[in-house]
Design a protein around this ligand. Structure first.
Ligand code: BGC
Length: 792
């Protein structure tokens, strides 16, 4: 018996499975056993199931020779429709789920029509779809976050319930694991019997036996991990949905006429057509199917995030496409498998997860993932062009570089694919190596131990927790200097206090922040300090954190619609808005002569919980003056939704200002602009300068270096001083209090209602800075002091 019999000679397929196993093992060892734990395994499934669902649809699209760039936008749009239907249109959750899928069908029919019946390349149709449905999403949702009810949350992040007798395990998970093993074994035996009956060739019984034992062991280990997590957790629902889809689509792709037609069309459309395949129908169906699965993915995501948000689905198409190509599909179509793509997606997911557990930053993780994608496909392409099966070919040579193609051919006159004796030996050694690696992995899994007792964590946190424990700091994108500064200050402060810590930025958006928080929990963080990208979309992670006994402090931005936030530490956001409104009025009086004055309003990113608060604070000052005619907003854009700046992106503010100047203000003077922070203030000033217009009075916030210089030059009028050092220091004081079992000091217990509870807050006082007080304001800030007092 050869090991290749055991694993089936298809190296292409198995190569990736072993790459996955090797990655898991590597990270398991490197992180001291954090990968193969119940909590992390649940995170892996919860945090990636929606991308894997997309990959399942995408592989069919790619096999058929197309690509779908619209899936992220379609997912976001369908998720939003579902959320709105339940919140605003009175649709019950079960009907909303159907509505979500129906949205997918409708969008799929639309895109399928253009591809299959008009013949527009799918690349173009779905590129258009990407814009169309992103725009529709932002228009319909007014760029806001829309919460979803518990049933949908359950679908996207819930666990199988506890039923039956108390066994110390989650019984349903055990049952599913058992059923999976039985199915695998029975299916294999049946297939073998029918092949024999038809006179086909089968692998030796012993090889099949070993294969089945190994597969069963892997399933048993996974079952064990999922059944022994914290009470109340088990196999996550998204995992269940994913497994069902993998089974269904493996069947469709491999066993149905339609599946064969998809391969035929992708392999050679002309030949398929001539042999009677309805290529139009095939193309229509794969595109349609993709949109339906994208809608399902959107639904799963809003469930997990507990709300739909304006940036959902960003770049998901790229994740799905990478999964499919890593999983061995060919760019030219005709080749690929559902399992391969899911494994490809898991390779990326494990890489992400492992790097996060190691504390590698989001930026480096991105670099590494990019390289892995390129390498995986490059090896594949290279090996194929040299007649070798795949990436595994390289490993088979013990990592030695391949010989030059010419030399190889000269030495090996027979076709390379033909197995050679030496090659066989090397392969056998390789497979044994792999088996040993797997066995070690299994031992490590079982060392992870059983279900931990309940309640312990809660008791501990009341009495504080061990000094030197893990503290997780989760920050949003680096959208302004204060966040970058906070990173450094947190690292220094926590180190000084003797904690282990992890400080992460989520430049990749909400899903990345969710995964980072889960990774911090896997490292047993006792306190999470969270500056959320979207305060409404971390509900499931915070619930898990609470379940694990961690304490949660919202930092700078409030966490919304969740009971699972303990404290809030921030500068008083409403006050920031008021100060900006007053500064704008003061600047207008000083610089722009007599009223009425023309002004425009800019607000922050709609997903940031602070943004509406700033805006309302400013409007509490400005609105009465708009009403009495002192101020005129010539564009008429006075609502938060109209003024918002998605993602706090300078380019978005600059574009909006360009348009206002070219349109509304082509023949009018613009006297003032309310800008919610410095980055946007400078973008607004850049736009005005580029248009060659007089500078209006512009406010700002954060005391960024370039804005302080701009104020000194007499350009930007004002900024807000929110000393980041003081804010970080206070957050660490709270952490220390919690560690010692003390109740942290708060100074506000009524202002910050997060939709579920009033969050006890410690608010710091912001300060407005103009040329008048710039010297005093920064007297104690080493960097800014030097800037306002050059030469001192
Ligand atoms: C912070 C601001 C900052 C903005 C963009 C807000 O949540 O409070 O200080 O300018 O995010 O990063």
């Amino acid at each position: 018996m050869k090991l290749r019999d055991v694993f089936g000679g298809d190296f292409r397929q198995f190569g990736m499975i072993f790459a996955l196993a090797a990655l898991v093992l590597f990270f398991q060892v490197y992180t001291g056993g954090l990968v193969l734990t119940p909590v992390n395994m649940m995170n892996l499934l919860n945090g990636n199931a929606y991308v894997l669902v997309l990959a399942i649809g995408m592989v069919l699209v790619i096999i058929a020779g197309h690509i779908d760039l619209s899936v992220g936008s379609v997912a976001a749009f369908a998720g939003l429709v579902t959320a709105l239907a339940m919140r605003d249109w009175g649709v019950p959750p079960w009907l909303a789920v159907l509505l979500c899928l129906a949205t997918g069908v409708a969008i799929g029919a639309w895109q399928g029509f253009w591809v299959a019946h008009v013949g527009v390349p799918a690349f173009v149709v779905t590129l258009a779809g990407m814009m169309l449905f992103r725009g529709a999403n932002q228009w319909l949702g007014e760029s806001n976050t829309v919460p979803v009810p518990p049933l949908i949350q359950y679908l996207g992040g819930g666990y199988l319930p506890e039923v039956g007798p108390h066994t110390g395990y989650n019984n349903l998970t055990l049952l599913i694991g058992l059923a999976a093993i039985l199915c695998v074994v029975a299916g294999a035996l049946r297939a073998r019997r029918s092949t024999l009956r038809l006179g086909g060739q089968v692998i030796p019984a012993s090889a099949l036996g070993i294969r089945l034992v190994l597969l069963s062991l892997v399933i048993a280990c996974a079952t064990y991990l999922y059944a022994t997590g914290r009470p109340g957790t088990s196999l996550p629902m998204p995992g269940l949905v994913l497994f069902a889809l993998v089974l269904l689509y493996t069947f469709i792709a491999g066993r149905t006429v339609f599946g064969r037609h998809v391969y035929a069309v992708g392999g050679n459309a002309q030949a398929a057509l001539l042999s009677g395949v309805d290529t139009r129908r095939v193309n229509f169906m794969v595109i349609m199917n993709m949109s339906v699965l994208a809608s399902l993915a959107g639904l799963m995501f809003v469930g997990r995030a507990t709300a739909s948000g304006p940036f959902d689905g960003m770049n998901w198409e790229l994740d799905a496409i990478s999964a499919v190509f890593i999983g061995g599909a060919a760019v030219s179509g005709g080749v690929g498998t559902v399992i391969g793509s899911v494994v490809g997606g898991l390779v990326m997911a494990v890489l992400n997860n492992g790097l996060q557990l190691m504390g590698v930053g989001a930026d480096m993780t991105q670099v590494i993932k990019g390289l892995v994608l390129l390498m995986a496909v490059a090896f594949d392409v290279y090996n194929k062009s040299h007649g070798r099966p795949s990436i595994i070919g390289l490993i088979l040579r013990g990592g030695k570089p391949a010989q030059a193609p010419g030399a190889e051919r000269a030495k090996t006159p027979e076709p390379v694919e033909k197995p050679r004796r030496h090659g066989d030996r090397v392969q056998t050694v390789f497979w044994w190596g792999v088996a040993v690696v797997l066995a070690v992995a299994l031992v490590l899994v079982f060392r992870a131990g059983g279900r931990k007792g309940s309640g312990l964590a809660g008791e501990k946190s009341e009495a504080g927790f061990a000094a030197g424990s893990m503290i997780g700091i989760s920050l949003p994108q680096k959208s302004s200097e204060n966040w970058v500064l906070a990173e450094r200050l947190f690292k220094n402060g926590l180190k000084e206090s003797g904690y282990r810590f992890e400080v992460q930025f989520a430049n990749g958006g909400v899903p990345e922040q969710q995964n980072q928080i889960q990774a911090m929990l896997a490292k047993e963080a006792k306190v999470l300090v969270v500056g959320a990208i979207d305060g409404s979309q971390l509900g499931s992670q915070l619930r898990d954190a609470k379940g694990d006994g961690a304490r949660i402090i919202a930092y700078d931005r409030l966490l919304l619609n969740t009971p699972d936030v303990d404290y809030y530490v921030a500068y008083d956001n409403f006050k920031v808005g008021e100060l900006q409104g007053n500064a704008l009025l003061e600047g207008l009086e000083r610089r722009q002569g007599k009223p009425p004055w023309n002004i425009e309003l800019f607000a922050g990113s709609p997903d940031d919980a602070n943004s509406p608060v700033f805006f309302n604070g400013a409007m509490s000052v400005l609105e009465p003056r708009i009403k009495d005619g002192t101020l005129v907003v010539q564009s008429g854009q006075t609502t938060f939704a109209q003024a918002a700046t998605p993602g706090w992106k300078a380019e978005n503010a600059q574009k909006r200002m360009d348009t206002l100047l070219a349109g509304t203000y082509s023949k009018k003077e613009l006297d003032g602009v309310l800008s919610p922070n410095d980055t946007l203030a400078r973008a607004i000033l850049t736009s005005v300068k580029a248009a060659g217009r007089d500078l209006p009075v512009v406010t700002g916030q954060d005391s960024e270096v370039e804005s302080v210089k701009s104020i000194l030059r007499g350009e930007q009028y004002a900024t807000i001083n929110k000393d980041t050092a003081a804010l970080v220091e206070h957050a660490i004081v709270m952490v220390n209090d919690l560690q010692r079992g003390r109740i942290p000091e708060i100074n506000d217990d009524r202002s910050y209602d997060n939709g579920v509870k009033i969050v006890p807050a410690y608010l710091l006082e912001p300060q407005i800075v103009t040329l008048d007080n710039i010297h005093q304001a920064y007297a104690n800030d080493p960097t800014l002091h030097r800037i306002v007092n050059p030469g001192k």
